[in-house]
Ligand binder design. Structure first.
Ligand code: CMP
Length: 154
């Protein structure tokens, strides 16, 4: 099963959307294996958005991400990285499909409610960036056999 990192951004917290967002991932059948609230340090913002550091929007993105705490989760599931990105919707929120988190709750490119890992490699790096092994939980989820068919339970 894949693991993916979701960061619920400051705009979601300010707009009282935290429960709604977590609820959507829960209802989908994704397994929550880690959860915490934190302020993102200068070092971690730069590391996390290393591919955007040279872009003109980076200073504003950095200050937005540090304007309030974020809530970070690790979700586990079959092809979870893609499944979570489909639920999040595309980066430019005002063009995101209705039914997605961004499509339903946001209009902005920057204030787009959530970040979600975009590849297996990035998911592994992002999980390790924000969580220690002790903060990640392994447990049996009682609905597992109802969420997945037998040949999908890997
Ligand atoms: P995220 O999925 O966290 O990945 C990079 C983030 O940078 C993105 O969501 C947006 O919050 C932000 N972003 C990407 N492109 C732009 C842009 N053109 N202007 C402002 N912010 C952007």
């Amino acid at each position: 099963m894949e693991r993916t990192l979701v960061i619920i951004k400051p705009d979601a917290l300010q707009r009282n959307l935290l429960g709604e967002i977590i609820h959507r991932f829960e209802r989908k059948g994704l397994k929550l294996i880690a959860l915490k609230m934190a302020s993102i340090s200068d070092e971690k913002v730069v590391e996390h958005y290393a591919h955007h550091v040279e872009k003109p929007f980076f200073p504003k993105l950095k200050s937005f991400m540090q304007s309030a705490p974020v809530v970070m989760l690790i979700l586990e599931g079959l092809e979870a990285i893609n499944a979570v990105r489909l639920i999040a919707g595309q980066t430019k929120s005002r063009e995101a499909d209705a039914g997605t988190i961004r499509g339903d709750f946001a209009m902005s490119m920057q204030a787009n409610i959530v970040h979600a890992s975009d590849s297996v490699e990035n998911a592994a790096a992002e999980v390790a960036r924000f969580f220690t092994p002790e903060e990640i939980f392994e447990y049996k989820k009682m609905d597992f056999e109802w969420v997945y068919a037998e040949d999908e339970r890997v």
